[in-house]
Design a protein around this ligand. Structure first.
Ligand SMILES: *Cc1c(COP(=O)(O)O)cnc(C)c1O
Length: 376
């Protein structure tokens, strides 16, 4: 059996090595390391895939979120509603910009932000909602769009884990996550579903003026070279990453299918186990399984984590501490929040190896070890 990894980027690379190596050498020969055709060509292809009018590449997913929030013209103290059950980046950028992150509860089934909780948290200072498509499951965008419209709020989708997911609306229309709110943000961190060979990120919007603003912010606030109109930052996707990503983009749908196939295998194996809840399959979106995360009941989760590790199976806890309980957010009243579902989830979730290169032998071994521990 091949060694089991949480993410197997090496085997994935070897399958497209010829194309990737040629693309990287091409960039080296062109010596266009920053900007140029590799970057603009990839951005165009990704915008098309995404059905977004604008795709603005940047240095990483955290920058994408920061640039999005900078572009909205918010004032210090303005409130941004986010889930607490997320990666820290979602929330950190709001704090960095002196905005006030307001943590709300997630849905116990989808693990994504609960629309009813958003409505309850809205105040006159609320300016934006940041839904996170956690683990590759889409947040309830239909409900969130209605709330945002009713209260005149911006939506910034954190699509770092959701790229390629299709949301199916009740009128039958289909949209990709990250193209539904005013702005969508994604990450090309190597382990993400569309992963670079280093850092990278992108921002999406259909709004021409927001797009112009965000392009300007990502490039030192300059409207034309050496003319700086606003405070910006330096956030670029480099040409080698863009060239690699452009090749991987052609395989993205196939990668998503491979993840879904691996998820189906796990689902079947755990279907009858009372102590395990497998990821919720929502009729309103097609999970892209950035992570395959089990919810355990009556199982010592951390002991299972250790048991799997002892048997050479990596597993991860995403995330052991929710944002509102992080020390950094004490100053934002983090400890005053009551988010029982979030707390409950962070104590009970465990993510199993999930990537495009899992084979049946590996997955059989994984599920046998999980069940061996659980049925002990
Ligand atoms: C990965 C991730 C980010 C940040 O992306 P980077 O490219 O690592 O900066 C933000 N939000 C979520 C939910 C993520 O998973």
């Amino acid at each position: 059996m091949r060694p089991i990894q949480m993410v197997d980027t090496k085997t994935q690379y070897h399958k497209i090595k010829t194309e990737v190596d040629a693309a990287v050498l091409g960039v080296m020969e062109s010596s266009m390391f920053i900007g140029g055709k590799a970057v603009s060509g990839f951005a165009d292809n990704l915008a098309k895939y995404h059905n977004s009018k604008h795709c603005i590449p940047c240095a990483n997913g955290t920058d994408a979120l920061q640039i999005a929030m900078m572009a909205l013209g918010l004032e210090p103290g303005d409130e941004v509603i986010t889930p607490s059950f997320t990666y820290i980046a979602t929330v950190e950028v709001a704090a960095l910009l002196r905005l006030k992150p307001v943590f709300v509860e997630v849905d116990a089934k989808t693990f994504c932000i609960d629309p009813a909780a958003i409505e309850k948290a809205i105040t006159p200072k609320t300016k934006a909602i940041v839904p996170v498509h956690l683990y590759g499951q889409a947040a309830n965008m239909e409900a969130i769009l209605k709330i945002a419209a009713a209260h005149n709020l911006f939506i910034i989708e954190d699509n770092a884990q959701g790229i390629g997911n299709d949301v199916i609306f009740s009128d039958g229309s289909i949209m990709k996550t990250g193209s539904i709110g005013h702005i969508g943000c994604t990450s090309f961190y190597p382990s993400k579903n569309l992963g670079a060979f280093g850092d990278g990120g992108a921002i999406f919007t259909n709004d021409d003026s927001l797009a112009a603003q965000m392009r300007m912010i990502a490039s030192h606030g300059q409207s034309k070279r050496y003319y700086h109109d606003v405070v910006g930052c330096n956030s670029r996707l480099d040409a080698m990453q863009a060239a690699i990503l452009d090749i991987k983009l052609q395989h993205l749908d196939e990668y998503i299918m491979a993840r879904r196939k691996a998820a189906d295998f796990y689902d079947n194996a755990f279907a009858d186990n009372k102590k395990i809840t497998v990821p919720f399959r929502d009729a309103a979106n097609k999970h892209v399984f950035h992570q395959y995360t089990l919810l355990l009941e009556g199982v010592n989760r951390d002991a299972l984590n250790q048991y799997l590790s002892d048997n050479n199976i990596p597993s991860m806890i995403y995330y052991p501490v929710p944002a509102h309980r992080q020390k950094v957010f004490d100053a934002f009243g983090g400890s005053s929040y009551q988010l029982p579902i979030t707390d409950w989830l962070t104590q009970r979730v465990i993510s199993l190896p999930m990537h495009t290169e899992l084979d049946t032998e590996q997955q059989t071994y994984i599920v046998n070890k999980v069940l061996e521990f659980i049925n002990k």
